[in-house]
Design a binder for this molecule. Sequence first.
Ligand code: PA5
Length: 447
Amino acid sequence: MKQITLNIDKALGAVTKEQVYAQEAKANECLATLYNGTGAGNDFLGWLHLPSSITDEELTDIENTANLLRSKCEVVVAIGIGGSYLGTKAVVEALNNSFDFLLKDRKNPVLLYAGQNIGEDYLYELSEILKDKQFGIINISKSGTTTEPALAFRLLKKQLEEAVGKEEAKSRIVAITDAKKGALRTLADQEGYKTFIIPDNVGGRFSVLTPVGLLPIAVAGVNIRDLVAGAVDMEKATGTDVPFADNIASIYAATRNELYKSGKKIEILANFHPKLHYIAEWWKQLYGESEGKDGKGIFPASVDLTTDLHSMGQWIQDGERTIFETVISVENPDHKVVIDTDSDNLDGLNFLAGKRVDEVNKMAELGTQLAHVDGGVPNLKITLPDVSAYSIGQLFYFFEIGCGISGYMLGVNPFDQPGVEAYKKNMFALLDKPGFEKESEEIKARL
Ligand code: PA5
């Protein structure tokens, strides 16, 4: 199977190859710290060997549960937010037909999402659309106490029970949560739902290769064994026995940290394949929550190209020079579309006749890369052989291990997220949640 690659040649200029390679010892030390479990946040390193440690039994259990939901439901609602949502969305958007919702002879249930926002209209419209559908629910929350998914579940559980009866509803609800604690664990045990466990030592944003991601991804018809196989191979390709020069995760971590030190404070993850949009959303959570703390951290941003060249292109080319770009390039698209000759040629495009659309896209990609480099935007390039479950599995693990190394190189704990609590505290105080009386008084005095 072909491996994904990383090329930093076009990032050199803002920083030199010598500077990047001077980080070899530090990167190796950070990787070893992850493996030895001696660094900050070391109680959250369960993701490190997840790909190679998941058993055939566990995968079969996930597949069987997915098949049960697939046999009963035309729609499955995956409830979750942040790390309990973005990995699934990333894989399903990347691998499913872009117009999946219009396909007549569907082989897979439609996967919808809830609990990733508190939009009243969103929840109303979701509830309306589910009224004449056979649906099921996968409720995902590691803590079991996150407001957004808890609220969505309360509404959808009631709707499902009213539609099919309490007993049948129980067979269509799966809970993915902590082994012992939390509101969702208590509820699931009480109701007798089928459950899967999110290991204690795997944080939300590193949980895509646990049942959190694997169950809904399997429901959507994706081969989760291929996804895991890709991650396993990347685990091997980025291990402590791999020399720095060959370890793409270490090179990525070292390069972005050197760029950051040189004043490049924003990393833009760019793709030329619209199906990869949510890969970038997943990546933003991974790097944003892991590194943005203690007054430090690269701001992770993203663009879909060429679409955003017509909106953000000006800023990237010509705005403040505090950015660098990491392009995800896809070697081989799944399908072939060849451009025809047109006898009138009124659009003047006959010079493209006989070429594949992807050839035009690739030249747009190359032209953009060169233009951005000329404009002072260092460019890193990650090449995926294709958009397959195997390649995405590799990409996930590459970014995860790269994030662990990079966070340690930056000098932060990449595995906590204390900043996420601030809005929750204010929201609870404003909503008069019991236990927040003092905060309520204080915050209301500020209004
Ligand atoms: O990275 C994290 O841990 C968080 O962003 C969580 O993924 C997110 O808050 C959802 O949490 P939970 O799964 O506990 O509902």
